[in-house]
Design a protein around this ligand. Sequence first.
Ligand code: CP
Length: 306
Amino acid sequence: MRHLMSPLDLSVEELDQLMDLANDIEKNPAKYAHACDGKRLATLFYEPSTRTRLSFEAAMMNLGGTVLGFSSADSSSASKGESVSDTIRVVSCFADICAMRHPKEGAPMVASMVSSIPVINAGDGGHQHPTQTLTDLLTIRSLKGRMDHLTIGLCGDLKFGRTVHSLINALVRYTGIKFILISPEELRVPDYIRDDVLRANQVPFEEVIKLEDALPSLDLLYMTRVQKERFFNEEDYVRMKDFYILDKAKMELAGPDMLVLHPLPRVNEIAVEVDQDPRAAYFKQVQYGVYARMALILTLLGIEVK
Ligand code: CP
């Protein structure tokens, strides 16, 4: 039995296979419509979510399976003091696979250690968000046609943004990747990402503050919101929240093929006027998230569709 805690739980070869499967699902949805008949997915969300929870649920339903779960800690027995370990033991009696989001880093890992069903980390605190990374990789490969030789700008809250941490971890394994890390001083990537991931893998990167300086050289811009829920005080959040706003004027500085991705939800960091730009790919990215999660569910349940 396998779990997914980090993108590194999948080798590059396995990632490629998973993306091939996701692309086949996209092209031939009917072929997979009964692949999970009789299977159940539990979504255990101790933190708010729109995309991740609903796309997991849509993914399982598209495969013919059913779903159950909770969407907040308040509506589960966590509010009475039940531990994550006890909850997963209980849920293992009801479901075949589980996606868990939790504000505490490592909570899905704790669950996986006692679970008798595969556990998928659907976001743990400011740590990792591996299924967003599968979504991002699939979007990049499908729309750019390659995963290598890319200059990638990551912009916004690089300190607390778990999608950024997971994406860097995954992308350092491809050839010719260069990162431009665009953030205010206070929201730079954590030291472990800079030292243990980027420097350790000898991946070139620059850290800059101005988005305008980076835009002309990017193949891909990954915007992120400032993670309000991870700040210790409101004053710091208010000071940081509108530090970057990508608008039409800034998009004119970028190349004609630069893709704009965003894990969403968006707050103010991408002006709505950018949505009409053909380079804006963040809503297509959401659709790729469903295919990626369908492929992941099939992979972790060991279901092959001929
Ligand atoms: N991208 C993402 O994780 O969105 P949700 O918080 O809505 O799940």
